[in-house]
Design a protein around this ligand. Sequence first.
Ligand code: PRP
Ligand code: URA
Length: 215
Amino acid sequence: MEEKKMKNVIYLDHPLLQHKITILRDKKTGTNEFRRLVKEVAVLEGYEALRHLKTELVDVETPIENAKEPKISGKKLCFVPILRAGLGMVEGMLELVPSAKVGHIGLYRDEVTHEPHEYYCKLPYSIADREIYVLDPMLATGGSACDAVKLLKEKGCKNITFICIIAAPEGVKNFHEHYPEVPLYVGALDRCLNENAYICPGLGDAGDRIFGTVK
Ligand code: PRP
Ligand code: URA
């Protein structure tokens, strides 16, 4: 599969992650459990995506002796969920890095054209200098992901990573064509999009399932 060979696209295959994503897919999984699992999946994905964080040696006095041991250095991290569904991943990421800043980008997909529309953007000060992790459970056509990254680049951001839970091959391809330099972390690569640009088999509408607005 072409998408599997793209540089900077990282497929996560930890069995715990796959297990949790399978429960997310199940239409019988209710809002409460869905929300909890999205958070847990974000922790597992974030753990991998943050693997490259730099550390510096600091002095520490253990009960036994003095030592120089690693601590994360230069914590200018910012998590940017794409509203609404990305909000479900923020808590998990903040469990990993509680001091990170959080920005918000509001995008909704037009139900007919499937094109994303921006309706909100609030980002922390000196966003251009921060290491940014954009969060959205679903990468379908990739339109929302591309728009979010475009917006951040227009604000001068250079260090951007995108984390999604489920991706369609079409979305990965689109995103990679536009932003091959942006690392893309994917929890599961699905088969295709359907005629409504929903991911198959997917999990349905992530925002609706997180917030209980399923029609
Ligand atoms: C969903 C999802 C992504 C987008 C993915 O959001 O959370 O943002 O669709 O689709 P794309 O890759 O084709 O752009 P939606 O627009 O449904 O908004 P919501 O989170 O408020 O429900
Ligand atoms: N947005 C979702 O929430 N789910 C999809 O399958 C596609 C877009």
